[in-house]
Design a protein around this ligand. Structure first.
Ligand SMILES: [Fe+2]
Length: 267
């Protein structure tokens, strides 16, 4: 008997698309690097993925053009793309453009025995993140609504240190409150985040937490001050199996897209 196939989720993040097609960040032309990752997804995931999670910093400049560019590029996959806000995003502009084409702004996705809960950790004008009372209440509402489904919780900012001092000051500032609530629920399976521009995994309260590479520049782990990592961009794939198991890994383009800036001091 053949096993039922898992749900396949593709996480694309920190695309930082700008209105100017030539806009570059520390030697990486944003659209060129994004397009390379999109082609990688096309090569490996076409006709087998169920949905895309676009986990914030979709735009670098908050422009309508950048949100439209992401929507127009990703619509060719013909799967729903769930977008959440990152610190660089403009909440009003993004809300004026999405939903459109295949872009969705739903905050809850049900997939058989799984539910995905998408939260907003964006704080206007700040780099750090926060899950406000409304978001935390919504999360609890979803967890109580489906006690028997395994929950994947998704938001932009990191709810645990990733080991780079400068970046760990800019994560989810109320991570403690978040984890305190999570400790009351046995149905939280995994936390997915972004913002850190690096593939990372670790456990908190035995709950696995994962982030993907950015589609543009990658941040270095284990440093005090900002530094870039010389690794190619990529995406994370996640398989949600019907038996409640999750497997995940990342895939990167063959080469670094652009010119590596080893002396970059910030962005
Ligand atoms: Fe970012």
């Amino acid at each position: 008997m053949t096993q039922p196939r898992p749900y396949r989720i593709i996480q694309i993040s920190d695309t930082h698309i700008a209105a100017n097609p030539e806009r570059a960040l520390l030697g990486v032309t944003l659209r060129t690097s994004f397009n390379a990752v999109v082609e990688l997804v096309r090569q490996h995931e076409l006709n087998q993925m169920d949905l895309i999670l676009l986990t914030g910093d979709i735009s670098h400049d908050g422009s309508e053009t950048s949100y439209l560019y992401a929507a127009n590029t990703l619509k060719s996959f013909n799967v729903p793309v769930y977008a959440i806000l990152g610190n660089h995003d403009d909440a009003l502009t993004m809300a004026s453009v999405y939903p459109c084409h295949t872009m969705r702004t739903d905050k809850q996705i049900i997939l058989g025995p799984w539910q995905i809960i998408l939260l907003n950790s964006h704080v206007p004008g700040q780099v750090h993140g926060l899950l406000n009372e409304q978001e935390l209440e919504y999360m609890e509402h979803c967890l109580q609504q489906y006690p028997d489904k395994q929950a994947i919780i998704v938001f932009h900012h990191h709810p645990l240190p990733v080991g780079s001092q400068w970046l760990d000051k800019l994560g989810l500032i109320n991570a403690r409150a978040f984890w305190r609530i999570i400790s009351n629920y046995a149905n939280v399976h995994t936390v997915l985040f972004a913002h850190v521009h690096m593939a990372f995994q670790h456990h908190v309260q035995q709950i696995p937490c994962y982030s993907p590479p950015s589609t543009c520049i990658q941040f270095k782990r284990g440093v005090v001050h900002f530094a870039l990592d010389h690794v190619p961009p990529g995406y994370r794939w996640i398989n949600l199996h019907p038996n409640g198991q999750l497997e995940t890994d990342i895939r990167r383009t063959e080469h670094y897209i652009g010119v590596f800036d080893r002396d970059a001091k910030g962005y």
